[in-house]
Design a protein around this ligand. Sequence first.
Ligand code: ADP
Ligand code: MG
Length: 251
Amino acid sequence: MSLASPVLEAKGVTKSFGAFTAVRNVSLAVYPQEVVAIIGPNGAGKTTLFDLLTGRKAPDSGEVSLFGRVVTHEPPWRRVHRGLGRSFQVSSVFPTLTALENVQIGILLARKQTFQLFGQASLAHRAQAAALLDQVGLRDRMDRLAGELSYGDQRALELAVALSSRPKVLLLDEPTAGMGGEETDECLSRVKAIAAAESIPVLFIEHDMSVVFSFATRVIVLVAGEVLVNGAPAVVRADERVREAYFGESF
Ligand code: ADP
Ligand code: MG
């Protein structure tokens, strides 16, 4: 692993909101084939860190690289074109469009075919969009309005939209949030299958420890904006400091 170059890397990134530092001097790297979980208590800075990695926010200091290229100040769309796929903690699908249309628009945006957004979107890339919906288990619901899908199905749709840009690394912010046990298992086995089939490394934020320890090949613990521990799941699970940060929670 140490011989490979990271697909995604942060070096000493810091982000403050006024006097409050949400992410402090964080360094991390994601290597090919890895499934890395970021865990940490609410407010630890996980989503802010994702924003720095995806370009929704710029760090005050530090550097972000994607496939060996410094992208610290590049906007999100440029990072998407470089191969970064992302799903959000808060649902980002268009509720009044069908599931199929949501994915078609994702494909058009990724291919910069925005001139087709109006008019031809309903025809464009139909087969590819349907195939992506099939991959996430939504083929039979592709003509339903996104806003009418169950919460779990909306998250699955978001995953299909994230995949529509053919990402080479996938960032998922709490992909199973709000899902029941069965939905969580389905969602995870899908992400696992897709990541394995297409060799896409995954960096995901997750609050459910059973998910983390059944899925991740490495775990990064963020507490108060800083990396507390970064290591193999078994090592993290046994770490006394992690147990303290999560006192009361068992995992
Ligand atoms: P997590 O995803 O780990 O729950 P966040 O990254 O969402 O944490 O938030 C980390 C901290 O930064 C929280 O205390 C939050 O209130 C604060 N924060 C996040 N975004 C902003 C913002 N835009 N302005 C001010 N404070 C923010
Ligand atoms: Mg968050």
